[in-house]
Design a protein around this ligand. Structure first.
Ligand SMILES: [Zn+2]
Length: 392
């Protein structure tokens, strides 16, 4: 039988600090009195937690609020300091790497990207390019809190090692967390890109203040992560989240993972381009979902049917996720977002037909961001969660 470990008293302080900062992210700039009311402790306890954070330059006093609103005493609203050290965020894909700085308010700046050359075979060469990106993103040489890395691949989150990145075998087994930490001398956190997106949504996006939701990325590839009852779900050593490789068609097309009929084979931009060609739509190689919506609006033959089929294929996997785990709210990121409301409405329509509804259920889908900013913000959020000792 597994016994649950008790919480050592030494970690209660950091845990409370993490909870307080999370409350601040969820409700915005707040007075000490508001924070005391929301977190169920006294104003004195709040004062004891926030004062060191003000002294360290993490939080700053903002607008003055009158005594009537501040619980009988004059007060100020607390928020993250503009002077606080930023986090360096890195997004590592099979063919390129992007980095930027992210402020504690989620503001992204200093973005820098580099591509891996086609003939790359050595992990040390890849690491040199990744390190250059970090240095260029922080060209002014600011002191940073740490580095958060989102990787489009499988990660061992216990060791911060890359297990595998499809199409980039030179990264397999690379101890990225250890190497970055050794080179830059700061804490580093590495995880899968879909989980980074989810944590970014939790801190800075549509997942703010929610206890249950999922984030799904739909572009050239497909991935997802789930937040259940206030916790990010990670399988052992960071396994799982391979929703793009769940089988939806047993006699379907071969997937890049070597299996047949994965959801990704019918719900990615690659499927869209192939289908556009097979269905003889104009300029299929340049077809993305945004252009497909335009073609459908102009009644180009076949466009409306392809748009509906794509929306249906996407809704199949989203519905499987909802039926099994009931996140009840799914944020969709990636190229698909460029289809705007016409695409979102079609996905919602098919999705509704495929799921069970219980009385009083509120089940919703929404689009997040189409670019890599959400993933970069997510990478920063991974590190932020670890630094603030906030259990995700
Ligand atoms: Zn697959």
């Amino acid at each position: 039988m597994l016994a649950q470990k008790l919480i050592p008293t030494g970690t209660l302080g950091p845990a409370n600090r993490g909870r307080l900062l999370q409350a601040l992210y969820d409700i915005g700039a707040s007075s000490r009195a508001d924070l005391a009311r929301i977190t169920g402790v006294t104003r004195g306890t709040i004062g004891g937690i926030v004062q060191p954070l003000i002294d360290q330059g993490v939080l700053a006093e903002g607008d003055v609020i009158p005594p009537s609103e501040a619980g009988g005493k004059p007060g100020t609203k607390l928020w993250f300091s503009k002077e606080a050290r930023p986090i360096c965020a890195v997004l590592l894909l099979h063919d390129r790497v992007s980095a930027c700085l992210v402020s504690l308010e989620g503001e992204v700046y200093g973005q820098y990207s580099a591509e891996f050359p086609n003939n790359l075979t050595q992990p040390s060469d890849a690491f040199r390019i990744i390190s250059t990106c970090v240095e260029e993103a922080n060209a002014s040489g600011k002191s940073i809190l740490g580095i958060g890395v989102a990787v489009a691949g499988m990660i061992n989150t216990e060791t911060g090692t890359i297990v595998a990145v499809s199409l980039a075998p030179f990264l397999d087994g690379f101890p990225l967390e250890t190497e970055l930490s050794r080179k830059f001398g700061v804490p580093v956190c590495v995880d899968q890109d879909a989980r980074a997106l989810l944590v970014g949504d939790r801190w800075f996006g549509q997942g703010r203040g929610r206890r249950n939701f999922a984030s799904v990325y739909i572009g050239e590839t497909l991935g997802g992560a789930i937040y259940i009852d206030g916790h990010l779900y990670r399988g052992p050593a960071g396994a799982g989240g391979e929703i793009g490789h769940t089988t939806v068609d047993m006699k379907g097309r071969m997937c890049r993972c070597g299996r047949r009929g994965c959801w990704e084979t019918i719900a990615s931009s690659k499927w869209l381009a192939k289908e556009a060609k097979a269905r003889r739509l104009p300029q299929p190689h340049f077809l993305d979902v945004s252009r497909l919506v335009t073609l459908a609006n102009h009644d180009v033959p076949g466009a409306r049917e392809l748009l509906r089929d794509y929306a249906f294929n996407i809704s199949v996997g989203l519905a499987n996720l909802q039926q099994f785990m009931a996140p009840n709210f799914i944020v969709i990121h990636g190229d698909i977002v460029r289809g705007g409301n016409p695409m979102l409405d079609l996905i919602r329509e098919s999705f509704r037909d495929l799921i069970f509804h219980r009385p009083d259920d509120e089940i919703a889908l929404d689009f997040g961001g189409s670019d890599c900013l959400a993933a970069l913000r997510g990478a920063a959020s991974l590190l932020l969660s670890e630094l603030l000792n906030f259990v995700i």
